[in-house]
Design a protein around this ligand. Structure first.
Ligand SMILES: CC(C)(COP(=O)(O)OP(=O)(O)OC[C@H]1O[C@@H](n2cnc3c(N)ncnc32)[C@H](O)[C@@H]1OP(=O)(O)O)[C@@H](O)C(=O)NCCC(=O)NCCSC(=O)C[C@@](O)(CC(=O)O)C(=O)O
Ligand SMILES: [Mg+2]
Length: 300
């Protein structure tokens, strides 16, 4: 998997102004960290938060975790300085909140290019993701997904989205499923990743598991999260099981062998298999390798 398509089962938000959170969040093992300069930081604290974040990004080794910075919205006075801070300090990606148009993505990209040039950072190396937090954002998804070659994915943000829809997060998913379906279809058509929203009830791990299973089955690549206790649950849903890996290996091997014999359709463990299942099996193996669990099965 390359940098754009890397494993992103969990993208964990943390308040960029809190040194206690910034100093060692990699120990919990999320795939990505989202350092938040937007809604978690009060307006009068934005400068202080940038200062703390820049220091952390320069000094802390975040190991394998991707370093994403959520900037403030492009309708605020803060976002350009957020980008300068993030790029100069060495972030991997920028998360644009409340994205509503391709134009907005392009404005952010232009500012990133300026910062990369000034900072002497490799041009094009800072990736982008867009959070969809309104009905207009959902309607304009296709142009947003195609707005920049740096854009690796789109993420649903239910707090602001339900506000825009004049509803609330119900826990049933009824208010989110239209957007979820449109997002995954558009993201796949446009070849970018797709992430689900945060689950805000930290005391309801069963609810989190059910929601994660739902979005996994819909095709999402992962989920934004807010707390380290949510990581094992999301990872357990997203990491292929031993049974999945063994089956995927068999499917790939059998399709390769049967193809050489001129056979198109056959069964593996009682299930009909043809070439349509090849890419899915390969994806399971790639996911297992990226998650570090493939080796264990292979060595047995
Ligand atoms: C909720 C709570 C305060 C609870 O804290 P508590 O301390 O009670 O939790 P505990 O479980 O007791 O913590 C056990 C240990 O983990 C440490 N620990 C906790 N959380 C950690 C973390 N995130 N990163 C690293 N470390 C962490 C903690 O320091 C402790 O360490 P230690 O003392 O050493 O044992 C905390 O989690 C937290 O701040 N979460 C992030 C909140 C945030 O950023 N929200 C903004 C983004 S969403 C948004 O904006 C909406 C959105 O825009 C979404 C979209 O765009 O998708 C939309 O529209 O929907
Ligand atoms: Mg939001």
């Amino acid at each position: 998997m390359n940098k754009k398509n890397r494993l992103r089962r969990t993208m964990m938000f943390l308040n960029a102004q809190k040194p206690t959170l910034l100093k060692d969040p990699f120990i919990y093992g999320p795939d990505s960290l989202i350092f938040d300069l937007e809604d978690a930081v009060a307006p009068e604290e934005k400068d202080a938060a940038r200062f703390v974040l820049a220091h952390a990004l320069k000094k802390v080794d975040y190991h394998n975790c991707e370093k994403v910075v959520r900037i403030n919205g492009i309708d605020t006075p803060y976002w350009k300085e957020d980008i300068r801070c993030a790029v100069f300090a060495g972030c991997d990606s920028i998360r644009i909140p409340k994205t509503e148009s391709a134009e907005g993505v392009k404005e952010v990209e232009a500012e990133i290019i300026k910062a990369e040039q000034e900072a002497g950072v490799e041009l094009g190396s800072t990736l982008l993701m867009a959070a969809i937090e309104s009905a207009l954002g959902v309607l304009n998804l296709q142009e947003i997904c195609g707005a920049s070659p740096r854009l690796f994915g789109v993420a649903l943000s239910a707090g602001d989205y339900t506000k825009d829809l004049h509803t609330v997060i119900t826990g049933t998913g009824v208010e989110l499923n239209g957007a979820r379906q449109q997002m995954i279809i558009t993201a796949r058509a446009m070849n970018v990743q797709c992430f689900d929203t945060v689950y805000t009830d930290l005391d309801d791990m069963d609810g989190l598991r059910k929601e994660t299973q739902l979005i996994h089955d819909m095709g999402f690549d992962g989920k934004s999260i807010i707390n380290p206790r949510q990581i094992p649950i999301v990872h357990s849903v997203y990491t292929p099981s031993r049974k999945d890996i063994i089956f995927a290996d068999k499917v790939v091997k059998e399709i390769d062998e049967k193809r050489a014999q001129g056979i198109g359709v056959f069964t593996v463990d009682g299930k009909m298999i043809d070439v349509a299942f090849y890419d899915g099996a390969k994806r399971t193996i790639a996911l297992a390798k990226a998650a570090g669990v493939y080796q264990e099965v292979e060595n047995d």
